[in-house]
Design a protein around this ligand. Structure first.
Ligand SMILES: Cc1cc2nc3c(=O)[nH]c(=O)nc-3n(C[C@H](O)[C@H](O)[C@H](O)COP(=O)(O)OP(=O)(O)OC[C@H]3O[C@@H](n4cnc5c(N)ncnc54)[C@H](O)[C@@H]3O)c2cc1C
Length: 412
């Protein structure tokens, strides 16, 4: 077991680059995104940052070297995720959506498919979007449940050499693409005769007849993330676009959602860190008429010190989880689930307490901390809700015969 808590000089440089990217391309957009009432207009403001992410190699950094990308270690990914999330977690959620869609392609696709589907994401210009279209308006937590459960409502049937896909999808970023004509790549989860399967739909397969944008969701936080509901009405793609075997959908989906669970821990850290900075500055600068900065009142200091300790705890857990997932450690899944559940619920609690340090001034859209609370509220319910999906996965691990509670710590 190798334990090193110190990022290397290269990792510090990577963190600095990510911080500079966030300051250059994301920070100037934050206020306007929050102020823009129309959810579609708000999310479109962030398109320029997506263009920069492709140009500056951020997207390539999410693609493994073996497929032409520059993806580094789990800690590399963690450092970049936190820096971007501390400024605009909405943007991280959108990048995470791309990773969720591409991961099953790496894991289950054949070489020809991988090259074909990845091409727009290896380019150094454009605003390519890949979407993992799993979630549906009628529910997703039971997508892999056997009959008589309804499971997924979207279906694909074979017609000659084509799959024909019909159903409604919701929540994934960019489901209808930037302009409503479809994303560059949609990996759609659907029922096929052999079970739940994943099928790749490329941009050229969408037409104005087979893709209908039904709604742009008006989320309270993460407003730079374009979230829509669409109807797929007989989208026709070649048989060869099946990703992995027929019926392999659940396995590929759960594998894709493992790394993303660990990454949510880092989104939680970014949001807590941003809220902490606001509350700490307020507490050290403001007296609120009491003659001394409010940090000198013991209850205020206690909230701040507790928050800092919990941020450190979630950061280290999430580092370890991402490292375990990317290095293929069998403990990766359990650690990633803890990072997701513990990280997301800690973020809601910590940001809410920091909000109270600021007091009534915080209950004003013009004061920034409320926006961090609205962002944090998404973390327990997205990327697989903690109650409907993630805690059930943990329960499955805990009830596996021979499970060793010390294994994830490497202390068996
Ligand atoms: C910003 C954002 C980005 C997203 N990105 C994507 C994406 O890229 N791709 C994608 O496919 N989805 C995406 N989603 C959706 C997200 O992944 C959800 O977590 C997912 O749809 C599951 O939601 P849910 O757990 O609430 O399930 P639902 O099926 O809606 O369940 C609702 C509730 O019912 C209860 N419940 C249901 N079944 C059970 C059960 N068997 N056991 C216990 N309780 C149960 C739970 O309390 C659960 O919270 C995104 C959502 C947001 C907000």
């Amino acid at each position: 077991m190798t334990i090193c808590f110190t990022p290397t000089a290269e990792q510090v440089e990577l963190k600095n680059q990510a911080r500079a990217f966030a300051q250059t391309y994301l920070a100037p957009l934050v206020e306007e995104v929050r102020r823009t009432a129309d959810p579609y207009e708000a999310a479109l403001l962030v398109r320029s940052a997506h263009e920069a992410a492709l140009k500056e190699g951020i997207i390539k950094g999410m693609i493994p070297e073996v497929f032409g990308g520059t993806m580094g270690s789990g800690l590399d990914l963690a450092l970049v995720t936190e820096e971007l999330a501390a400024v605009m977690p909405d943007f991280v959620a959108s990048l995470g959506g791309i990773l969720l869609a591409l991961t099953p392609v790496y894991l289950g696709g054949d070489l020809e498919q991988i090259q074909r589907f990845l091409t727009p994401f290896l380019a150094d210009h454009g605003t390519a979007q890949a979407v993992m279209a799993l979630s549906e308006p009628a529910g997703t937590a039971n997508f892999a449940a056997p009959e008589p459960a309804e499971g997924l409502q979207t279906v694909a049937v074979l017609d000659g050499d084509d799959w024909v896909i019909t159903g409604e999808k919701q929540w994934s970023a960019n489901l209808a693409g930037w302009d409503g004509t479809g994303p560059d790549l949609m990996i759609v989860a659907c029922g096929t005769p052999g079970g739940v399967s994943l099928i790749g739909i490329e941009r050229q397969h969408f037409t104005s007849d087979n893709l209908t944008l039904l709604e742009t969701l008006d989320m309270p936080g993460l407003r730079g993330h374009l979230t829509q509901r669409v109807r797929l009405n007989g989208v026709r793609v070649p048989k060869a676009n099946l990703v992995g075997a027929e019926g392999a959908g659940p396995e590929l989906i759960f594998a894709a959602f493992t790394g993303s669970a660990a990454a949510v821990g880092l989104m939680a850290v970014g949001t807590m860190r941003a809220a902490f900075d606001i509350a700490y500055r307020f507490a050290t600068e403001q007296t609120r008429g009491g003659g001394v900065p409010i940090i000198e009142h013991r209850p205020v200091a206690d909230v701040l010190t507790d928050a800092k300790g919990r941020i450190e705890a979630v950061r280290l857990l999430s580092w370890k989880a991402l490292d375990a997932v990317t290095s293929g450690d069998p403990a990766g899944l359990e650690l990633a689930l803890h990072a997701k559940v513990f990280g997301s619920e800690t973020a809601v609690d910590v940001v809410h307490k920091l909000f109270q340090v600021v007091g009534v001034q915080a209950y004003n859209r013009g004061f920034p901390i409320v926006h961090h609370l609205l962002d944090a509220l998404a973390y327990p319910v997205f990327e697989g809700g903690n109650i409907g999906v993630r805690r059930r996965q943990l329960q499955d691990i805990f009830t596996t015969a021979g499970w060793d509670p010390l294994a994830a710590s490497g202390l068996s």
